[in-house]
Design a protein around this ligand. Structure first.
Ligand SMILES: Cc1ncc(COP(=O)(O)O)c(C=O)c1O
Length: 400
């Protein structure tokens, strides 16, 4: 492999020569997402292969992002330079993982992820501080959540140490894609797939762990953004004994229809109700929900049908620190309709006010803006995440 003095061009040409890969972009504005044969990471018959395409950490392309046109970065996918791949025969240990150029994968048509949905994902962000250093937030929580999901789906998850190490390597290899402080973040998407081939319904004999990255812009403009939600009364997201409490890939396509219908009617997202009674709120398509009444902040209890959000967990703690009474319980629709404030939490939405909820044609509006508890909690959380406020909880991990 190239020495530490190798430049990006040398790395690029080496990959083109050796494995016929094209990096999807060089050091300029990213191209649209494409899927050509040239982009793929080659594989053997049964698995996603990583062996031939390692990038030593010395070969990382770093340029501080001066050449990136941040105006072109939005909320969609902007591919970055490298992704991380690591694989594991089930029942064994993960072999050492590697950074490879971002590109398509080749995977067995009979892999369990493609046939049976044996897959999990995570979502996390890399934040740039004012002093230009970069950090991540509570990565051990993402590692643990993936391990919980892997247990449920009979997959082998990386250990917490392996997970965090992979996250660090991916973040550092793509450091130039971490947007300037306060403008956005580098979103990381860890994926765990049953990549081995199976024919009969059953777990894959091999798992692949992968992390790719994409910069995203901040959406929230100093407390004024807010969601308009509708309560979904036809479809359910999760049911008792199902997989609603883990980040299974199979939880997401089934909500597309509800969200599409809601968006067509002018809403931003839907709130799902519990599958048993249809009387209690659970969560939105990809974020948790909270309500405020007086001095009490409540959120639905995690009972296996709601994703245990890391932002949710952090906000529960921050709210208590700020002097609010905090409750977890079953929240009837009527209670949320009578709330003073409602807000959503998640890695993507951070903490975002709900401006209105519509339920069976009835629309209820809530307080939004800078003078809200939502804004207070959001400011406290993002202060820690971006290094503006001292992290007394040990939640942040510095990467450089
Ligand atoms: C269904 C669902 N609920 C809640 C969340 C929020 O979780 P977190 O705060 O860990 O991002 C997410 C996002 O990951 C999600 O997909």
């Amino acid at each position: 492999m190239a020495s530490s003095t190798s430049g990006p061009k040398k790395v690029l040409s080496r990959f083109r020569q050796v494995v016929g890969l094209l990096l999807p972009h060089s050091k300029s504005t990213p191209p649209p997402v494409s899927s050509t044969d040239d982009d793929k990471v080659t594989t053997d018959d049964h698995q996603v292969s990583t062996d031939d395409h390692k990038v030593s950490t010395d070969e990382k392309v770093k340029s501080g992002g001066e050449d990136i046109n941040w105006d072109n970065v939005g909320f969609g996918l902007t591919p970055t330079d490298f992704m991380f791949l690591m694989k594991c025969p089930v029942g064994d240990k993960y072999s050492e993982g590697h950074l490879v150029p971002y590109g398509n994968l080749e995977i067995s048509p009979s892999s369990s992820v493609l046939n049976y949905g044996q897959g999990l994902f995570e979502g996390m962000k890399v934040y740039r501080r004012e002093d230009d250093r970069i950090m991540i937030f509570r990565p051990e929580e993402n590692a643990r959540r993936m391990q919980m999901g892997a247990e449920r789906l009979l997959m082998q998850a990386p250990t917490t140490e392996q997970f965090i190490d992979a996250v660090k390597k991916t973040a550092l290899a793509n450091e130039r894609w971490v947007p300037p402080h306060g403008t956005g973040t580098l979103y990381l998407r860890p994926l765990l797939m049953g990549s081995g081939a199976v024919l009969g319904i059953g777990p894959a004999p091999e798992c692949t762990f992968l992390i790719f990255a994409s910069p995203i812009r901040n959406s929230y403009k100093s407390g004024i953004d807010a969601f308009n939600l509708s309560i979904e009364t036809k479809l359910h997201r999760a049911s008792p004994g199902g997989t609603g409490g883990i980040k299974s890939i199979t939880n997401y396509a089934p909500v597309f229809e509800s969200v599409k219908r809601a968006k067509a009617a002018g809403f931003d997202d839907v709130l799902f109700l519990d599958g048993e009674t249809g009387k209690h709120i659970e969560e939105a398509s990809s974020c948790n929900v909270f309500m405020l009444k007086g001095n009490v902040i409540s959120t639905p209890t995690i009972l296996g049908t709601i994703l245990p959000g890391i932002t949710r967990k952090s906000i529960l703690e921050i709210a208590q620190d700020c002097g609010y009474e905090v409750e977890e319980g079953r929240i009837p629709v009527e209670d949320v309709l009578a709330a003073d404030e409602v807000f959503c939490t998640g890695t993507a939405v951070v903490v975002t006010s709900v401006a209105s909820i519509t339920y069976q044609e009835q629309r209820v509006e809530y307080k939004t803006g800078e003078n809200t508890v939502c804004h207070e909690l959001r400011t406290a959380l993002t202060g820690i995440q971006t290094g503006l406020v001292e992290d007394k909880k040990g939640w942040t991990v510095h990467l450089n």
